[in-house]
Design a binder for this molecule. Structure first.
Ligand SMILES: O=C(O)[C@H](O)[C@@H](O)[C@H](O)[C@H](O)COP(=O)(O)O
Length: 280
């Protein structure tokens, strides 16, 4: 994204790194942006720069910023790059003590389990910046004292609602990042699963086809309440799902197709993940 960053709202979208998706039953104003970088490392660097810029801009307007993190390889690589930027005085433009940090999903495992997305985010970013612990909102772990993931999901929904300033269910979320599985799952919303149609902002997910089988996830009502949804996708194994999502797949078949932001939806891809998109 040397020419265009996904967080830059001011510029017109130039080719070749930035093109409009075609097809699909999208309403006006919902057409996703597609950004294609040559490889995963370049993608992580450019998304990190864009995220820092977007959060700094949100802080300039609102005083605080709010981000939803994702696990996964590219999501974690982005956080590592954000930490690197925070260590460079000329790029340390985000006040991390004024950032609300949320998660898109979490595995129902003990707090110190390596599968926890929270642990990955701590190691990649949160241990390397000065944060306000009151503004960091991990999803509960299985050993946190909740009887069930359903109870934990309800608690997380309360946390979101508690800081929503308009009496709504979800606070302003400036950027919500999602990885995508090769079959099109986002957060822990899997194809043909009850979470696809669950209208609650936070849901318990059981019998996941990918281990661990039990999780807590934001639902579509929370995901689509975000100002901007950024889908971070790298690798050839995702290329078909990317093409189907941008080609108008139904969210029940391919949940990533239902991940849309209020103001922007950005598909941030490496060349391998973009390999089956039609050009021209
Ligand atoms: O267990 C999961 O549900 C996955 O970890 C998922 O949340 C992840 O974000 C995507 O599958 C993308 O992961 P990659 O970026 O590693 O491909």
């Amino acid at each position: 994204m040397s020419q265009e960053s996904p967080g830059d709202q001011q510029k017109d979208p130039p080719a070749p790194h930035h093109s409009q998706a075609r097809g699909g039953p999208l309403r006006e104003g919902q057409t996703p942006d597609v950004v294609i970088e040559p490889d995963a490392d370049t993608l992580a660097r450019s998304v990190a720069s864009a995220l820092v810029a977007r959060l700094a801009a949100a802080q300039a307007v609102h005083g605080t910023a709010s981000v939803v993190l994702t696990g996964g390889g590219i999501g974690t690589a982005v956080l590592q790059r954000v930490a690197a930027l925070a260590a460079e005085p000329e790029h340390a433009v985000v006040d991390w003590t004024a950032v609300h940090v949320w998660w898109g999903d979490e595995r129902w495992v003990p707090v110190d389990h390596p599968d926890r997305n929270e642990l990955g985010a701590q190691q990649a970013l949160l241990d390397h910046v000065t944060i306000d612990p009151e503004k960091v909102h991990p999803m509960p772990s299985s050993d946190a004292g909740y009887d069930s993931p359903e109870e934990a999901a309800a608690w997380y929904a309360e946390q979101l609602a508690a800081v929503a300033d308009d009496g709504g269910a979800v606070p302003r979320i400036d950027v919500l990042m999602l990885g995508m599985g090769p079959e099109g799952h986002v957060a822990s919303i899997f194809p043909d699963s009850p979470a696809v149609t669950d209208e609650r902002p936070v849901v318990a997910v059981r019998d996941c086809p990918k281990p661990p089988p039990t999780r807590v996830s934001l639902g579509f009502s929370a995901i689509t309440a975000a100002e901007e949804v950024w889908l971070l996708v790298s690798g050839e194994g995702k290329a078909e799902a990317v093409a189907r999502a941008l080609g108008g797949a139904e969210p029940v078949d391919l949940p990533a197709a239902g991940a849309r932001g209020r103001r922007a939806t950005r598909w941030l891809l490496d060349a391998d993940a973009a390999g089956r998109l039609l050009r021209g």
